[in-house]
Write a new protein. Structure first.
Length: 80
């Protein structure tokens, strides 16, 4: 099997799941959790019209507002 960039990541996930006693398949298993997360990510991408980590084309700052600053705790700007 050819090496893929994610091979080590997958091997690490499987090893950590097994070490913690998590099942690899079945309800509550690693495969079910990965499938759930990928499905949610796909739904979010469809809803936004772009990957969640990408900015919408032609917009600066945070999409969709265009704001460069987020709000931190107690309404304080994070990047003021």
């Amino acid at each position: 099997m050819p090496w893929r960039p994610w091979t080590r990541m997958i091997d690490g996930l499987v090893a950590r799941a097994q070490a913690s006693g998590m099942k690899l398949t079945g309800e509550g298993g690693l495969l079910a959790e990965l499938t759930r997360r990928l499905a949610l990510e796909g739904e979010l991408t469809d809803h936004l019209g772009h990957e969640a980590v990408e900015r919408a084309a032609g917009r600066g700052g945070d999409s969709p507002t265009g704001s460069r600053f987020g709000t931190g705790r107690a309404g304080e700007p994070e990047n003021a």
